[in-house]
Design a protein around this ligand. Structure first.
Ligand SMILES: Nc1ncnc2c1ncn2[C@@H]1O[C@H](COP(=O)(O)OP(=O)(O)O)[C@@H](O)[C@H]1O
Ligand SMILES: [Mg+2]
Length: 448
């Protein structure tokens, strides 16, 4: 066995002038028991902190170039660890430096089951049955070994005799750590929070949920299950809400991307950001990749005015990723995969190639609510406001509200209710009742 050194890179930084550099150089000095061959191993944990910045003339930049020098001149075998492989520069990954990238993740349910089996053995005598373990592993989409450990520890802290049901229940409450930065943003809405859209929800159930939950049935019929859906409609009609509900109802990993944010990344970086997103989604599959405001990311090609055709290149790489020929190769047909859910209020400017079969082939259109739908939405919203009981129980008042809100979206109606509550509070901070006058005042204020 070779002697080794483990260095925690963030600890290398010191406040004294030159001290950080000295610390780094010391890492590469051979340990005392190094054999004559001069071979030893240096493990640099969280190596990204040494390579994160490319600003000239800072301590970080000096450390980065010193690290490259050290790696080039050492006889040691250098192993870096990071949770942010995307931030590593190409310089460090050049042949002769850290040229091999080993990704550690549990690929599928079978891999998770194998890890769980070992963990459960250490924790006690539960779930000897392979079937039970497989059931938990299947539910634990995207879990890393640490997440699985977390699951086991919690189960054994909360229950004396842990059963499979306990494990399944706790699995639901754990957010896989690889996803947490994105996932925290998804609001907890369910189909039952969406009012007046029963028909659309029924369509979504058959068109989106079934293929996602039971892809096997499609493969049995020798057809590919759909890979994506486009949800379109005027602003405020509840598109984002519907998509969040789809994600929540399915309880699969969801990465929510506001396309207008990705778009604003530095030119050239967007493509890499896209590739990273798809890679992350594949890693956590089955996974929904939710692109809100897709029109900002994928406008029709050939219409961009910029000289570099940035938009066109982004659309092309989006198509490549969706077709599965991305950097990670074709996805295994039977492996659960990534479902792209795209949202736009301007479907006519989205590149048509994206809407072709095999890509976003399901189209779900939302429209301004009809009078009957406005009635259901108002009833639903008012039902959640205890102070509005007198209005929501009164058919005449409701009909008046419905009439006056012709042309309003669900978001407008939600606004009217919110504003009415504020009016009531302004009238009397202790008021416990919303009156029709509050609603009149609210609609006047909102120009409805
Ligand atoms: N059908 C509906 N039922 C209940 N609330 C709705 C409905 N439609 C819209 N809303 C309200 O409007 C808000 C904005 O909707 P959102 O999904 O962001 O619209 P869009 O994405 O289409 O612009 C939601 O957060 C919700 O409060
Ligand atoms: Mg929206």
């Amino acid at each position: 066995m070779l002697p080794y050194k483990i260095v925690h890179c963030p600890d290398l930084f010191a406040s004294d002038q030159g001290e950080s550099e000295r610390n780094l150089i010391q890492c590469f000095e051979p340990p005392a028991d190094t054999p004559d061959s001069g071979k030893f191993i240096v493990v640099l944990e969280e190596i990204d902190v040494l390579l994160g910045s490319n600003r000239a003339d800072t301590l970080e930049a000096r450390m980065a170039s010193l690290l490259l020098d050290c790696i080039d001149s050492t006889s040691a075998f250098v192993l870096g660890t990071t949770s942010l492989p995307a931030t590593l520069s190409e310089e460090i990954q050049r042949p002769g430096r850290l040229d091999t990238l080993v990704e550690l993740h549990l690929k599928d349910a079978a891999a998770r089951a194998a890890v769980l089996k070992i963990m459960l053995r250490r924790f006690g005598n539960i779930a000897d049955s392979q079937k039970d373990i497989a059931q938990v592993a299947k539910k634990a989409y995207g879990f890393s070994p640490a997440d699985l450990q977390n699951l086991c520890v919690r189960a054994f802290m909360e229950h004396r005799d842990v059963t499979v049901d306990d494990l399944l229940k706790i699995t639901e409450t754990i957010v896989p750590s690889s996803l947490s930065s994105f996932q925290s943003k998804i609001p907890r809405v369910m189909f039952s929070d969406i009012f007046g859209m029963d028909e659309v929800i029924a369509r979504v159930r058959t068109l989106v949920l079934e293929p996602l939950c039971e892809p096997e049935r499609f493969y049995e019929m020798k057809v590919e299950p759909p890979r994506g859906a486009l949800v379109y409609g005027p602003p405020g009609t509840g598109k984002s809400m519907l998509c969040c509900a789809i994600a929540n109802e399915l309880a699969v990993n969801t990465i929510w991307v506001d396309a207008s944010q990705v778009r604003s990344m530095i030119v050239g970086e967007t493509e890499r950001a896209l590739a990273d997103l798809f890679a992350q989604a594949r890693k956590s599959s089955p996974c929904i990749l939710l692109f809100d405001h897709i029109d900002a990311l994928a406008p029709q090609r050939g219409t961009s005015l910029s000289s570099e055709n940035t938009s066109d290149r982004i659309v092309t790489s989006l198509l490549v990723e969706m077709d599965g020929f991305g950097s990670h190769g074709m996805t295994d047909h039977l492996a659960p995969s990534v479902f792209v859910l795209a949202v736009t209020s301007r479907p006519h400017i989205v590149d048509p190639a994206l809407l072709r079969p095999g890509r976003l082939d399901i189209h779900v259109g939302l429209d301004l609510p009809t009078a009957a739908q406005r009635m259901s939405i108002l009833e639903g919203l008012l039902g959640k406001m205890p102070a509005a009981a007198s209005i929501s129980g009164n058919g005449d008042s409701l009909r008046k509200l419905v009439e006056r809100t012709h042309g309003c979206t669900g978001a407008d109606l939600a606004n009217v209710c919110r504003e009415a509550a504020l009016c009531a509070l302004r009238r009397d901070i202790n008021s416990e009742m919303l009156t029709m006058a509050d609603f009149e005042q609210s609609m006047n204020a909102l120009n409805i």
